[in-house]
Ligand binder design. Structure first.
Ligand SMILES: Cc1ncc(COP(=O)(O)O)c(C=O)c1O
Length: 370
């Protein structure tokens, strides 16, 4: 029995007719760039995220960048985030003109450690970007409290956390803005690249809306220098269809995560993911920690079980960010995670048999090697 890391085909088959109808409607209306299907999705996603506004954009990277621009963040500013994230978090900071400052993560949740945040703040700090990694939100009460004390913006990088919750509050709804990616493999994935920003701040929403559309509120009347970061109509239509299924898909991921947890809880040299007291985890990625990570991944692949690594090199040690001057040892927890985390197959349609097989193979491998 083969166990892929992700199976987009299985999900597509379950909604094939709805998707076909939605795409045909976009064709019939020739509503390709922005337009009514994007606007409809924006309303639906705002309501899903318990927010007033959604701004649909071209990707999660665009979302982060537009949020920073909308807040007026740029040259000579510093923005604090974590080093174990997808590089886009740091790239958006760089493209705004600001400098990335990193703080290490909490070793249980893999999200920003609020105990380390305050000492990273300088007079140049303008914003904090907690990353809700793997489907679990960062400790937002503490981060918001520190940010408010220092007058900083908070941008939630919720690119991996569609529908995740912090004390019953949805990802994206707590900070000044929340940024989402709809890359196809996400919990809510488009059929191409797409992203969105959510916010409750009307003025900020207006600014971000202008930045994503060449700085114009009215066609050909440009009041700021913007960019083309619009969402396309096909993606808006696909996302509207898929959003209706997201709660059920997230529940299926949680059930799968629980089954893995039950099966792997007592295995030597395996640390299973922790769902924090405050959190509703939506398992975008299900990661375990093990010292024998690389051999384990190779052995499982030989047995047709495919895993991933998120992420093998923390950002402060990636080539383009070496100029920041951090060294190996600067962020010990993030660095250890980069060496030990392995992402197991995880998607809503994963069967109980597949999870049992993955867990059995892991146990067998570790019994031999530990
Ligand atoms: C944490 C995080 N931030 C940002 C992004 C960037 O999103 P996109 O790939 O849609 O540009 C991603 C997507 O993989 C992500 O996982």
């Amino acid at each position: 029995m083969k166990v892929p890391f992700l199976d987009l085909q299985a999900q597509y088959e379950s909604i094939r007719d709805e998707i076909g109808t939605a795409l045909q409607q976009v064709l019939d209306k020739t509503a390709f760039a922005g337009g009514p299907f994007v606007e409809k999705f924006e309303k639906e996603f705002a309501s899903f995220c318990q927010c007033d506004f959604t701004i649909g954009v071209g990707s999660g990277t665009d979302a982060l960048w537009m949020a920073l621009l909308g807040m007026g963040i740029g040259e000579d500013d510093e923005v604090i985030t974590t080093p174990n994230t997808f590089i886009a978090t740091a790239e958006a900071i760089s493209f705004s003109g600001a400098i990335s400052v990193f703080v290490d993560i909490d070793e249980r949740t893999y999200t920003m450690n609020p105990d380390l945040l305050e000492r990273a703040i300088t007079p140049k700090t303008k914003a904090v970007i907690p990353v809700h990694l793997f489907g679990q939100m960062a400790d937002m009460d503490r981060i918001m409290q520190i940010a408010q004390t220092h007058g900083l913006f908070v941008i939630e990088d919720a690119c991996q956390a569609h529908g995740a919750e912090y004390k019953q509050r949805r990802a994206g709804s707590i900070g000044d803005a929340g940024c989402f990616s709809f890359y196809p493999g996400k919990n809510l994935g488009a059929y191409g690249d797409a992203g969105a920003i959510v916010t409750n701040n009307a003025e900020l929403a207006e600014k971000m809306r202008m930045f994503r559309d060449h700085g114009q509120a009215k066609k050909y009347y440009h009041s700021i220098i913007g960019w083309n970061a619009r969402m396309d109509g096909f993606q808006g239509a696909v996302l509207s269809v898929k959003l209706k299924h997201l709660p059920a898909w997230n529940e299926a991921r949680r059930k799968n995560g629980q089954l893995y947890n039950d099966l792997l809880a007592d295995v030597d040299d395996v640390i299973i993911p922790v769902e924090a007291d405050y959190a509703k985890h939506v398992y975008h990625i299900y990661t375990i920690r093990t010292k024998n990570r690389d051999v384990l991944i190779g052995t499982l692949a030989e047995r047709d079980i495919f895993c991933g690594i998120h992420y093998p090199i923390p950002i402060h040690l990636q080539e383009p960010y070496k100029f920041l001057g951090y060294k190996k040892g600067s962020f010990p927890i993030a660095e250890e995670c980069a060496e030990q985390l392995v992402s197991l197959p995880m998607f809503p349609e994963l069967s109980q048999e597949q999870i049992e097989r993955v867990s059995e193979e892991i146990k067998t491998f570790l019994e031999v090697t530990v």
